[in-house]
Design a protein around this ligand. Structure first.
Ligand SMILES: [Mn+2]
Length: 346
């Protein structure tokens, strides 16, 4: 048996204010279309089941066109079974509002229940805050897959799942791929989201492919339509905007143009560096689907440089450095003051 394990698709989620309205809509459609791409992959690789470990939707209220699109995809692919539990975001509303549940959509309840495929037992439970671990009784001779939603450091207690004959615990909730051991027999895994939405979901995103014969082989498959990249650039020692831009382009050289990039400027820069972050952001937006520049760099001030500076700038810097301001605030006050003197926007 071959299974895809996915979770946290968060379909129809708002995509934040970073993107233009047009691109927000486009990304929403891309996120939805991922489910169709996933089914196409399943057909191509003879996958028997797609497990969705909760948070398939972002909220309990699902747009009718989204519901219908997903419902039809499931309904039109009867050779694939879909095992779906609800997560903390989507409650039960997708299934609750269906007049007929397609026979290949396997849904679960508030307590553990099992569906069997020969000696493979798929057990699932909808999200809750207090799982009834005592009601989870799995046969030692079966290959046992258990589907749950939650954080293993919070509502899911891995200790209570030890020695329960679990072979694979298909988890959802954490948006980054990770895996670990439950006991001598079983492992748990989070596939992460299928596609990153914000820069807090950067890096490879995809699903887990399980091949089951006498044992379980698992493999992470990167699948996102676009990848988000969170890249640091140290600007210490750089002298002007062109310098920053060259270094940025060098650093981002290998990133495909359809991807999304956040460039974080870091390090310490000299007072005479004029950064032109908006111009840099514009230039990067021409190269990539979306780019954003976050300036986290700090001004480097050497008080000795201004000991004998008789200009207004020198006078200003000396008076701030000698003031009672907290050390952290001094550089910020100097930076804004200097920018004001240079008639720059603050
Ligand atoms: Mn969740």
């Amino acid at each position: 048996m071959r299974i895809i394990h996915t979770a946290d698709l968060h379909l129809d989620s708002p995509l934040g204010t970073n993107l233009s309205l047009l691109k927000q809509k486009e990304r929403k459609r891309e996120l939805l279309y991922n489910f169709e791409r996933l089914i196409n992959y399943a057909k191509e690789y003879s996958v028997n089941m797609i497990i969705i470990s909760g948070d398939m939707f972002d909220r309990a209220r699902i747009a009718i066109k989204t519901r219908e699109y997903i419902f039809n995809l499931i309904n039109e692919n009867p050779t694939i079974d879909f095992a779906l539990i609800s997560g903390n975001h989507d409650e039960d509303s997708f299934v609750d509002e269906m007049e007929i549940i397609p026979h290949n959509l396997k849904v679960f309840d508030k307590d553990f229940s099992t569906i069997k495929y020969n000696n493979i037992a798929i057990t699932g439970v909808n999200y809750c805050e207090n799982y009834k671990y005592n009601n989870l009784n799995l046969k030692p001779d079966d290959i046992n897959i258990v589907i749950m939603h939650g954080d293993i450091n919070d509502e899911i207690d891995l200790k209570k799942l030890k020695n329960k004959n679990i072979d694979y615990l298909a988890l959802g909730h954490i948006h980054k791929y990770s895996k670990g051991e439950i006991d001598d027999r079983g492992i748990y895994a989070y596939p992460g989201t299928l596609e990153g939405r914000g820069f807090d979901e950067s890096g490879d995103k995809g699903f887990i492919l399980l091949d089951i014969d006498s044992n379980i082989n698992m493999k992470f498959i990167p699948f996102a339509n676009r990848k988000l990249h969170d890249v640091n650039l140290n600007i210490t020692g750089l002298e002007n905007y062109q310098d920053i831009r060259r270094n940025a382009e060098l650093k981002l050289n290998d990133i495909p143009q359809d991807d999304m990039v956040r460039l974080r400027l870091q390090g310490y820069y000299n007072l005479d560096l004029i950064k032109q972050n908006e111009m840099l952001e514009e230039a990067l937006n021409e190269k990539f689907y979306f780019a954003k520049v976050s300036d986290e760099s700090k001004l480097k001030i050497n008080p000795k440089d201004y000991e004998n500076d008789i200009s207004l700038k020198g006078e200003f810097i000396r008076s701030v450095l000698n003031s009672d301001l907290p050390e952290n605030d001094k550089n910020m006050v100097i930076e804004y003051g200097i920018k004001a003197l240079l008639k720059e926007e603050i």
